[in-house]
Design a protein around this ligand. Structure first.
Ligand SMILES: *Cc1c(COP(=O)(O)O)cnc(C)c1O
Length: 432
């Protein structure tokens, strides 16, 4: 079949899977096996030649199955399907988002190197950079969404290690306030420090936009990273991660994955394939719901400020609007807002939600709410919290696939409860 001009959502049920190889099963079975039988010794020899890069695979040659730490049909078919969304040449699936991030960082940096990263990044990534990589003598420089290209270049030069810049790692929009970072600006910074001896790798953690709403490779990124636990898995029932990029870079990532042994297992691969079939319908509905809820919050007297890409696209600076229009295909399904009052009101809101659940994580079918300052971002330094608007008033919502009128009714009654705990004096302020 000619797949070339079909949209990814049309291919998620069939691409890369031959029913005739699995007794005609319409769905790819779970290949719960550690090893694969060779038809003869010569076949085993030829499979290993390809696996260890001793020769290129012939275009017509099926990839030989050897051992499930190297390859497994559930992972390979999943990886081929994931490539379609980001138009990547190759993908590697991991047992968690953190293993995708840490393995790619370890592959592309060595002791003495410098890492540039955007702040805030996911807490686990931040810990890996500032604790584990430091132990390996890999230094890092952080920057905020509000920093200009010149600021960032000056900061790198000030370390005296511009020639050692090996990797740029960013998260955009950033968790929890949807702060936008321009991927193309980061690609220009990469060019600025690029030398013939040193290849700099630009990686983008695209978890917040899933594979649907932002395609970093098109804007100059070299690697796209996902916590597949979030939108890709989408049902809050599996932990997994992915890394995508060119064949050349992915050969290195997959090489290290083989030796770290942190590939996803067949059951995880199967669950993610099942999830990918509904990725687009889920994410479309989540974005539609988020648009309605953001509109409701924006007009509510208990809401002081809302952090949502749709609001920024309407009211942001011209520069911000241009980046949003260029980089995002949707305004996403993550909303944060400042509630009037402080922690007491924020907690009253969270404790009184009935349909939405109080939990961290995001991207699943069910809507979730949490308090970044004391939960997901508890570890961020006080100065950075202020710079990033992570205050006691901030509440983060991940919008699911429920009926949006029911979600709004729930948010509305929880905001009423938050209003009830405010003092009379504060209430008078709100009404004014
Ligand atoms: C959850 C998350 C991670 C970590 O992924 P795990 O699957 O939990 O290991 C990394 N980056 C972002 C942006 C995340 O939200």
């Amino acid at each position: 079949m000619d797949y070339s001009n079909m949209r990814p959502e049309s291919l998620m049920m069939s691409y890369g899977y031959k029913p005739s190889l699995s007794e005609g099963a319409i769905k790819c079975p779970i290949f719960q096996t550690s090893t694969f039988v060779f038809n003869n010794a010569m076949e085993g020899k030829r499979f290993f030649e390809v696996a260890y890069g001793l020769r290129e695979k012939d275009p017509s040659e099926e990839l030989g199955l050897i051992y499930s730490r190297l390859n497994n049909p559930d992972l390979e078919i999943l990886e081929n399907r994931l490539c379609l969304w980001d138009e990547a040449e190759d993908a590697a699936v991991f047992e968690s988002g953190m293993s995708a991030i840490s393995t790619s960082m370890l592959e592309f940096m060595e002791p003495g190197d410098l890492l540039l990263y955007s702040k805030p990044v996911y807490g686990g990534t931040d810990h890996f950079i500032n604790h584990f990589l430091k132990k390996l003598n890999i230094e890092s420089v952080g920057f905020l969404a509000s920093d200009s290209k010149e600021d960032i270049i000056n900061r790198i030069n000030a370390t005296g290690k511009g020639d050692k810049l090996a990797m740029i790692h960013i998260e955009t929009p950033a968790n929890p306030t949807n702060a936008v970072i321009d991927i193309e600006m980061c690609a220009e910074i990469k060019e600025h420090f690029h030398t013939d001896e040193k290849q700099i790798v630009l990686s983008v953690d695209n978890t917040y936009m899933g594979p649907l709403w932002q395609h970093p490779l098109k804007h100059g990124a070299d690697l796209v990273l996902y916590s597949a636990t979030k939108y890709i898995g989408g049902h809050s029932d599996v932990i997994a991660g992915a890394c995508l990029g060119s064949k050349e870079l992915m050969a290195r990532v997959k090489g290290l994955r083989t030796f770290m042994g942190n590939m996803a297992g067949p059951w995880t691969g199967w669950l993610l394939m099942r999830s990918l079939e509904t990725l687009k319908v889920r994410m479309d509905q989540q974005a539609t719901n988020a648009r309605h809820i953001a509109k409701f919050l924006d007009a509510h007297p208990m809401v002081e400020r809302i952090y949502y890409l749709g609001e920024m696209a309407a009211n942001g600076s011209d520069e911000l609007k241009a980046i949003i229009n260029n980089q995002f295909e949707s305004h996403g399904a993550m909303i944060a807002f400042d509630i009037k009052g402080g922690e007491r009101e924020a907690f009253a809101f969270l404790d009184n939600l009935k349909l939405m659940r109080l939990a961290v994580s995001l991207g699943g079918t069910e809507s979730l709410a949490e308090h970044p300052q004391t939960m997901t971002h508890a570890d961020v330094s006080p100065e950075d919290k202020i710079a990033m608007n992570i205050t006691e008033k901030l509440v983060r919502l991940s919008i699911g696939v429920e009926n949006y009128e029911d979600l709004i009714a729930d948010v509305s009654q929880a905001l009423d409860s938050a209003s009830d705990v405010m003092s009379i004096d504060e209430k008078l302020m709100v009404q004014r």
